[in-house]
Design a protein around this ligand. Structure first.
Ligand code: E4P
Length: 214
């Protein structure tokens, strides 16, 4: 499973990239707003740090606006992927952008039928928002299972990008289901390393190692 970082913060992205485990980056307008940098500048900086797909989202909700913004985003760097909302004009834009050789990440996906539409439109990535579904007392990961089944049934090439990840359990379950990608906040990436028995065991090995000559 590929690991993306879900962040618009340059320092966070640098920290995750230094771990050597990063395959890409997802941003959204809310994440980039926290960084305070102009969107295009922030996206260009991210491309200097990570060599993999970097998602930058359009703000327009009409076809022409999304096409204009999408082409501008794609011009920033070859690794830029245009993030488009899962609405009718959005999927129309996905189809045209695909014809122009521009990759897309369809965002705000909350149902398997929406994911089916995105795949039929030719999306490169589909982003189901797992954490936000969990917040409504439903099982977000069930959606990942449904989408993977449907995509396998028909041999779609759209990659399943598990988004709105809130905990290490989300990462574990995404990997068990065979999701293509999990986009993860830095805090959760760091949590993946942690196990108390690792820390206790390491402390004991170091203590014992010091009792004898090297
Ligand atoms: C990434 O592509 C999504 O925009 C992001 O994961 C949403 O996460 P949130 O639900 O924590 O805002």
């Amino acid at each position: 499973m590929k690991f993306f970082i879900d962040s618009g913060d340059i320092e966070e992205i640098k920290k995750a990239a230094a771990m050597g485990l990063l395959d890409g980056v997802t941003t959204n307008p809310s994440l980039l707003a926290k960084s305070g940098k102009p969107t295009k500048k922030a996206l260009a900086e991210i491309c200097e740090i990570v060599d993999g797909p970097i998602s930058g989202e359009v703000l327009s909700t009409d076809y022409e606006g999304m096409m204009r913004e999408g082409r501008e985003i794609a011009k920033i760097h070859k690794n830029l992927v245009v993030k488009v909302p899962l609405i009718p004009d959005g999927l129309r834009a996905v189809k045209t952008l695909k014809d122009e050789g521009i990759r897309t990440n369809v965002t705000l996906c909350f149902s398997a039928n929406q994911a089916l539409l995105a795949a039929k439109a030719g999306a490169s990535f589909i982003s189901p928002f797992i954490g936000r579904i969990d917040d409504t007392s439903h099982e977000g990961m069930h959606l990942i299972e449904q989408i993977i089944t449907i995509y396998q049934n028909y041999g779609f090439h759209t990659e399943v990008l598990v988004a709105s990840v809130r905990s290490p359990v989300h990462v574990l379950e995404a990997a068990q289901l065979g999701a293509d990608i999990c986009t993860i906040p830095l805090k959760v990436i760091e949590q993946l390393f942690y196990h108390p028995l690792t820390d206790i065991g390491l402390k004991k090995f170091i203590e014992d190692g010091k009792k004898i000559p090297v």
